[in-house]
Ligand binder design. Structure first.
Ligand code: TA6
Length: 306
C-alpha cells in the first residue's frame, strides 16, 4: 500500500483533512474546513499555507519556493529545533557539519493523530522521525510532537519530551513568515522596551525604544519577553495577533533587498510582502529539560480586522 493511501485510510477526515503527494512527491496534508484552509508538508511538518475562510492568506510562501527532499522551503512555518540559528558548540570545525536552524525542518515527520473539533477546527498531531544521521547530530533520547489546529485561528504547539536519563538544552523557534501588504506600511508592537541582539550590527545588544518598523535589513532576537505581539498592517488594514506561551524570545526578520536578491528562493522584490515574527527560545533563553519532563512552546495566530 502506498503512503498516501495509508495516510488517508488512517487519518483522513471527510470535510476536514486529506493527504496527497505534492511537489516532487513530497507528502502533503490538505486541510479544508468551515473556518480555513491549510497545507502542511510532512517533511518538516512544514505549514506552507494558512488562509482563513473570509480573509487573505495569513502565512507567506515564496513565489520561488523550492521543494527539494531534505531542504527547507522558503516561507510558511519552518520549525527550528533543537537549535535556533547556527549550532554553537565552540568548535567551528565540527559546528559546520550542523545545519542552520537544526534538524526538524528538513526531517520526515509522521502523523500520529487527527481530529475534527466541536468548534469545526481540524487538529493534526505530528511526531518527528529521528533517523541515524539526525541522531548523530542530536544524540539525546527525546520525542518531538507538533500539534497544529486549523480553525478561525491557527494554533501551533511544539512539545519536546526528554525520554532519556540526562537533562538536555534546546533552543527553538517557529520561524513564521507572515503576509503583509507592504513592508513600509507595517509595524510590530509588543516589543517596546525589550533587550535584543542585533544580528545586522555585530550581534550588539540594544534596547527597543518603540514599535518595530522595517526600513532596511532587520534580524533581531528579542530576549526575556513572554509578551504577545501585534503585526499592524496599515495597507491590508488588519492586525495579526501573535499570542504565545512557553517562549521567552521573539525574533523579527526581514532580509531587505540586497540579502533577498542573494537568495535564489526569495523572488524579486518579494521581501516587501513578508515579515518573520518568530516565537522562540534563543540565546540565553535556551530551555533545559530534565529527564522524564517536557517543554511546550505554543502560539496562536489570529486575524483582527482594522
Ligand atoms: O530568523 C532569522 C534568521 O536566523 C536569519 O538570520 C536568516 O538566516 C533567516 O533566519 C533564514 O534562515 P534560512 O536558513 O531559512 O535561510
Amino acid at each position: 500500500m502506498d503512503e498516501v493511501t495509508n495516510l488517508n485510510q488512517r487519518f483522513a477526515i471527510h470535510g476536514h483533512l486529506s493527504f496527497e503527494a505534492g511537489e516532487d512527491g513530497l507528502l502533503m496534508a490538505n486541510v479544508q474546513n468551515m473556518h480555513a484552509q491549510a497545507e502542511i508538508m510532512l517533511q518538516g511538518a512544514h505549514i506552507l499555507t494558512y488562509q482563513p475562510a473570509d480573509d487573505a492568506p495569513l502565512i507567506w510562501l515564496s513565489p520561488k519556493a523550492k521543494y527539494i527532499p531534505g531542504k527547507a522551503v522558503r516561507g510558511g512555518v519552518p520549525i527550528c529545533w533543537p537549535w535556533f540559528g547556527n549550532y554553537e558548540s565552540g568548535n567551528p570545525e565540527t559546528d559546520k557539519n550542523f545545519p542552520a536552524h537544526g534538524i526538524a525542518r528538513t526531517a520526515m515527520w509522521e502523523v500520529i493523530d487527527s481530529e475534527k473539533l466541536p468548534n469545526g477546527a481540524t487538529r493534526i498531531t505530528f511526531a518527528l522521525l529521528i533517523d541515524e544521521a539526525a541522531a548523530k547530530l542530536w544524540p539525546h533520547p527525546c520525542a518531538l510532537h507538533y500539534i497544529v489546529t486549523v480553525g478561525r485561528d491557527l494554533i501551533i504547539e511544539l512539545v519536546t519530551h526528554n525520554t532519556g536519563s540526562s537533562p538536555f538544552t534546546i533552543t527553538e523557534a517557529l520561524h513564521t513568515y507572515f503576509v503583509i501588504g507592504d513592508i513600509d506600511a507595517v509595524q510590530v508592537s509588543g516589543l517596546e522596551g525589550c533587550a535584543y541582539i542585533d544580528k545586522v550590527d555585530g550581534f550588539k545588544r540594544k534596547t527597543e525604544p518603540e514599535k518595530v518598523k522595517v526600513t532596511s535589513e532587520v534580524d533581531r532576537v528579542y530576549l526575556n519577553t513572554a509578551e504577545d505581539c501585534v503585526i499592524e498592517d496599515h495597507k491590508l488594514r488588519r492586525n495579526i495577533l501573535v499570542t504565545k506561551s512557553g517562549s521567552d524570545s521573539t525574533v523579527v526578520w526581514n532580509p531587505w533587498a540586497e540579502k533577498a536578491a542573494q537568495m535564489a528562493d526569495m523572488g524579486e522584490g518579494s521581501y516587501r510582502g513578508m515579515l518573520c515574527v518568530e516565537s522562540a527560545n534563543a540565546a540565553e533563553n535556551a530551555v533545559t529539560i530534565a529527564p522524564g519532563h517536557h517543554h511546550s512552546m505554543r502560539v496562536v495566530y489570529a486575524m483582527q480586522r482594522g
